[in-house]
Write a protein that binds this ligand. Structure first.
Ligand SMILES: [Zn+2]
Length: 174
């Protein structure tokens, strides 16, 4: 595949990506968000640990590199990924993006959850994301919204997350 005539991105080597994911909350599952266990009466349903925050970040990273989506690399039909920590997806996704010559510049994530309150866990989640993506803590933002009672997320039927990430060609960093 040749390089396109994207003059703007060739100048700075900067690329942006977005990711979104949502999972249902069900009984009998542990709630894990951003790789951090969060005490709650229900957890996220999913083939893996259902960590929608990490899944949104992975899709944002893959999107920024135009490298497809999570389903391409981690299909739920693959038994290898059953019950695994989504941090493995994050590490693998980071490797895919790094292999294409990119490093992460910064990351901004919004989690939409009626409950539990996530503010006590936000800094731990930021640290985990920063460690796995090899960026400083001040380049990682995690915010939580309740959806103000609106719709399925506002009722607490599930939790969603959206992520925006900026990546940069390694040889174009200062
Ligand atoms: Zn997911």
């Amino acid at each position: 595949m040749g390089r396109g005539p994207a003059a703007g991105s060739a100048v700075t080597g900067l690329r942006i990506g977005t990711g979104f994911d949502a999972h249902r909350l069900v009984e009998g599952r542990r709630l894990v968000l951003g790789g951090v266990p969060v005490p709650n009466d229900r957890g996220l349903e999913g083939h893996s640990d259902g960590d929608c925050l990490i899944h949104a970040v992975c899709d944002a990273l893959l999107g920024a590199a135009a490298a497809g989506d999570m389903g391409r690399y981690f299909p739920s039909s693959d038994e290898r990924w059953r019950g695994v920590s989504s941090l493995r997806f994050l590490d693998e996704t980071h490797r895919i993006v790094a292999e294409r010559g990119y490093a992460v510049v910064n990351l901004d994530v919004t989690v939409i959850a009626r409950a539990p309150a996530l503010s006590p866990f936000v800094d731990r989640i930021r640290r985990v994301l920063g460690e796995h993506l090899r960026i400083d803590l001040d380049a990682v933002s995690v915010k939580a919204k309740s959806n103000d009672g609106l719709g399925a997320l506002g009722r607490g039927d599930g939790i969603a997350a959206q992520a925006v990430v900026l990546i940069q060609k390694k040889d174009e960093q200062e």
